[in-house]
Structure formats: C-alpha cells, structure tokens
Design a protein around this ligand. Structure first.
Ligand code: C2E
Ligand code: CA
Ligand code: CA
Ligand code: CA
Length: 280
C-alpha cells in the first residue's frame, strides 16, 4: 500500500505540473489575444413576453488557433487572476457598445430601444476605476447609458460592500441599469436586493431547468418572480430552452426571456440578420 501511495504522489505531481503548465500557456495566449484583437463578442437576444426582441447579452468568445474554442467559464477566471480582466472587458464592452449604437440607428428610442447587457467581473470592483473606464467607452461609442445593463454576480456584494455600493451608485448616476446575475445560486442574496440599487433580477438557469416538470423548482421560481414583482424589479429568466418553460414563466409574470428557445448566442453579423428579419 505504501508503494501505491508513492505512485499516487508522483501521479499528482505530474498532473499538477501539467495543469500549471497548461495554465501558463493559456495565460500567455490570452495576453497575446488581448494585444492582437483576438476575441469575438457574441450576442444572445432577449425578448419580452410577446417575443419581441428588446435587447441582447454580450458574451465573450475566444478561439485561439493552437487550442480551439475555450469557454468563458474557463478563460475569464484566468484573466481575473492574471490582471488581464480589465483590458479584456474593455475590448468586449467597446465592441458591444459600438454594435449596439449601430443596431439602434433609426429606431424609436422612446418606444423600442435595444438594450445591451454586459458582464462585469467582481474583480473590476476592487481596484480599477471601472466607472470612468465605462463612461469613456460610452462616450467614444456615442451610446446612451440608459441602453446599458451591467450584469453583476452576487460575489461582488460579499466583500468590501461600502466600496461596491459607492461604485454602483456612480453607475446609477451615469444612467446605467444594474442587474443581479445568476440570482438563486447563492444564499444571502435577499439582503443584497435591499442594500444595493439593483434594477433587474436575472433568474439563474438552474431555477429554470425542470420548471415545467418539478414542482419544487416551479415553486422556487414562482417565489422569486413574486419577490421581484413586489420589489418592483424587472425579472429576466435565463436558460429558457422550451415552450413549456416560457409559458410557465410568462404566466407567473416574468418580464424578459433569454435562452436557446429564442436563440443561441449569435455572431455580430448573425445578430444583425436576426434584427433585420424581425423588421428592424
Ligand atoms: P452567464 O452570464 O450566466 O451567461 C449565460 C450563459 O448561459 C452563456 O454561456 C450562454 O451561452 C448560456 N446559455 C444561454 N441560454 C442558454 C440555454 O437555453 N441553455 C443553456 N444550457 N445555456 C444557455 P457562455 O457564453 O459560455 O458564458 C458562460 C459564463 O461566462 C457567463 O455566464 C458569464 O458568467 C461568463 N462570461 C461570458 N462573457 C463574459 C464577459 O465578457 N465578461 C465576464 N466577466 N464574464 C463573461
Ligand atoms: Ca450574464
Ligand atoms: Ca447569468
Ligand atoms: Ca448562469
């Protein structure tokens, strides 16, 4: 058994080396991509209850030629840990803002504007002057701040909350909308809803999957929707994959819908086409 333990140890060391080396390679590739415009932005449309497109979420895409596509769930944490999240986010936002400005051209901005939702990593709230960065990008793109929603996850609210509150208030003063992303995955989210100036609650996919089959999931989703309504928040459901889920959420008063039922995330050109086929 002793010899076996030793083998295990060697195995783990080798595995760790492998993981660490791969990570270093990915980090170098990420750095290179940031300097060479190596990212894409895809857009997933959001609709209202009548299936009218009201906006889209910008999602980062990375396909380094030497690796093939790498999911944002994998490269965002690397960017966060290696100080690359700010430049990465700036390129995503810059492109998303310019595209959104273009998609809104000729639309009646009072009646049916298209809003862009972007994801802000919790890291960005700690050190960088994120508000002025976003402000500058908005001005450069000539995009109205009212058309922008910032999606923020619960972990932001767990640390240094005075600073976070201050930052969020500055964003509100600029006119942006604030959304709590992945709602329902944490545990003390309810108090955050009172403490921070959030406009939108985005129900996590884990509370949508199975909603049409499992009574418990349905009950939780119903509770979240009624909570959102009593607090006068806009409630968005993500990960809506079938008609039964859409119908249920709609019957419970959900405001906005996002998911494969309506569309997968699309390239910028794909999004432009979709908007055109929906009559601008
Ligand atoms: P998220 O913000 O919760 O984004 C939604 C994710 O669910 C996206 O995955 C989207 O493609 C996927 N999705 C949408 N509809 C459905 C559906 O009906 N069924 C299923 N199974 N999945 C659906 P994606 O693009 O792989 O992004 C994963 C996560 O990576 C995002 O989760 C977000 O946390 C993060 N992320 C993506 N882009 C950025 C970014 O630019 N900045 C930051 N900080 N994070 C990002
Ligand atoms: Ca999101
Ligand atoms: Ca989400
Ligand atoms: Ca999610």
């Amino acid at each position: 058994a002793k010899g076996n333990g030793r083998n295990n140890f060697q195995f783990f060391t080798r595995e760790l080396n492998h993981v660490a080396t791969e990570r270093l390679h990915l980090e170098a590739a990420l750095r290179h991509a940031i300097d060479h415009d190596g990212f894409e932005v895809h857009y997933q449309p959001k609709t209202d209850a009548n299936r009218r497109i009201i906006g889209m979420e910008a999602l980062a895409r990375w396909r380094p030629p030497e690796y093939g596509p790498i999911s944002p769930d994998r490269f965002i944490p690397i960017a966060e840990d290696s100080g690359l999240i700010l430049p990465l986010t700036m390129t995503i936002l810059q492109r998303a803002f310019v595209a959104t400005r273009r998609w809104n051209e000729g639309r009646d901005l009072k009646r049916n504007p298209l809003r862009i939702a972007v994801n802000l990593s919790p890291r960005l709230f700690l050190s960088d002057d994120i508000v002025s960065h976003v402000h500058r990008l908005l001005r450069d793109a000539d995009l109205s701040p009212e058309l922008v929603e910032l999606e923020i996850t619960e972990t932001v609210f767990m640390s240094r909350s005075e600073r976070v509150l201050e930052t969020l208030i500055q964003f509100k003063q600029l006119g942006l909308q604030l959304a709590m992303d992945d709602f329902g995955t944490g545990y003390s989210a309810l108090s955050y809803l009172r403490r921070f100036p959030l406009d939108i609650i985005k129900i996590d996919r884990s509370l949508v999957t199975g909603i049409e089959r499992e009574e418990e999931v349905a009950m939780i989703a119903r509770a979240v929707l009624s909570l959102g309504q009593s607090l006068h928040k806009t409630v968005v459901a993500e990960g809506v994959e079938n008609q039964a889920q859409f119908d249920f959420l709609r019957s419970q008063g959900c405001d906005e819908f996002q998911g494969y039922l309506l569309s997968r995330p699309l390239s910028e050109a794909g999004m432009s086409e979709l908007l055109q086929s929906h009559g601008g």
